[in-house]
Design a protein around this ligand. Structure first.
Ligand code: ATP
Ligand code: MG
Length: 377
């Protein structure tokens, strides 16, 4: 898919911008604090409907403005491409920030907006994916799977609703009622089983590509990804559990943990407690790996995310790479550029044109970003 046009109004430091990116690599070069990351954030907003930098979305609105908007035209569909128009408006109000989504001029709900344009993003904070809290890894899984398959997002939304209700019950925010608890648990098992199976399948595919990419870059080190579900442990990963087996294990764990959940007043069982483990030659990377090893593993993971999403949707997503080259030594930068070749469209920010990237190549267009303005070089 290709982003053909982008319009910003009052987004971050952009008062207004009309941008017609090129196919292939769009390199956004400029000094610090000019608006490079803000532009990437705006493109990601069209894909995911969310900021990759903040959960306080009022920050996206240019200081002093009442609302911000991002809109764009993209060409999507591998076999018979069509142009779609997308827009996301962020409005600050007394009761909090609201977002409105439109698809081809019609107001739509988040679930319908999400994933019309698919993006894979690397931001420097992704480097904490390996060793940071499990919630970062769950978010990564949820975002990637929601983009790949709208059914996943529906299961996730239904799961979160049941979880919020169950936690309210356990906390005592609503009167205790065993029947109600059973209803919420039933919802968790139904929706959670779908999440567990989708994650398991996805991590297997992701791990295979990440491991192979990593093996090409770093000879003699074996990267592996392992799904660590809270509910169902597979022992040998080769065994594919049935839906019934996962649901039965879920019910059993809920029964085992009922007293503990009541005592701690919080839900302890389910995929909201899943994790993903990176190992290098069998050792956990989070505790044993160097900074450079974490970085290489995360980049291999991003390349894998791109490959798996392309494979599942039959279409190349848009790649967004924020400051990726400042994180790499010369050899790794060259290896990473190799993985970029043939990409349909990418947006890459840098303070200096990276040496590893042939900026004279036909498929690379350089844009200079200065004080929220873009100039094609
Ligand atoms: P770096 O190379 O340091 O990463 P950058 O070009 O990526 O720089 P951005 O993160 O895009 O910089 O930010 C550019 C500017 O936007 C910053 O000076 C920041 O203060 C400003 N900015 C962020 N949010 C808002 C906002 N809501 N209103 C106005 N300006 C903002
Ligand atoms: Mg930046």
């Amino acid at each position: 898919m290709l982003l053909e046009h982008l319009t910003l109004a009052n987004l971050r430091n952009y008062l207004s911008l009309e941008f017609g990116p090129a196919p292939g690599v769009n390199l956004l070069v400029g000094a610090n604090a000019q608006g490079k990351s803000n532009l990437l954030e705006a493109i990601a907003l069209l894909g995911t409907g969310k900021s990759f930098r903040t959960t306080r979305e009022s920050e996206l609105i240019r200081r002093g403005a009442p609302l911000a908007s991002v809109s764009g035209t993209a060409r999507v569909g591998a076999a018979r491409p069509i142009a779609i128009n997308l827009a996301c408006t962020i409005v600050a109000g007394a009761g909090g920030t609201r977002k409105q989504y439109t698809l081809n001029g019609e107001g739509v709900r988040y679930a319908s907006f999400l994933g019309s344009v698919k993006t894979v993003t690397f931001v420097p904070s992704d480097l904490s994916l390996v060793a940071g809290s499990p919630s970062l890894r769950r978010t990564m899984l949820n975002e990637a799977l929601s983009l790949a398959d709208s059914r996943y997002y529906r299961h996730l939304a239904a799961y979160r609703k049941a979880l919020t209700q169950k936690n309210a019950l356990l906390r005592g925010a609503i009167p205790p009622d065993p029947d109600l608890l059973a209803v919420y648990d039933e919802g968790l098992v139904r929706e959670g089983t779908a999440l567990i199976l989708a994650r398991r399948h996805y991590v297997a595919a992701l791990g295979e590509v990440a491991s192979s990419v990593h093996g090409h870059w770093i000879h003699g080190e074996r990267l592996e990804l392992r799904y660590a579900p809270n509910v169902f442990s597979y022992g040998a990963q080769a065994v594919t559990p049935t839906e019934d087996a996962v649901a039965a294990a879920f019910v059993e764990r809920l029964a085992e943990q009922r007293a503990a959940e009541a005592a701690r007043k919080v839900s302890l069982v389910g995929p909201h407690r899943d994790d993903l483990v990176f190992t290098l030659d069998g050792e956990p990377l989070a505790t044993y790996g160097s900074q450079g090893q974490h970085r290489t593993a995360v980049l291999a993971l991003k390349v894998a995310e791109y490959a798996v999403l392309s494979d599942r949707t039959g279409e190349a997503p848009i790649l967004l790479l924020d400051d990726v080259f400042s994180e790499l030594d010369a050899d790794r930068a060259t290896a990473f550029v190799g993985a970029l070749s043939g990409v349909e469209q990418a947006f890459i920010t840098a303070t200096q044109p990276p040496r590893a990237l042939k900026t004279q190549a036909e498929e690379t267009v350089v844009w200079r970003v200065e004080a929220a303005r873009l100039r094609r070089c």
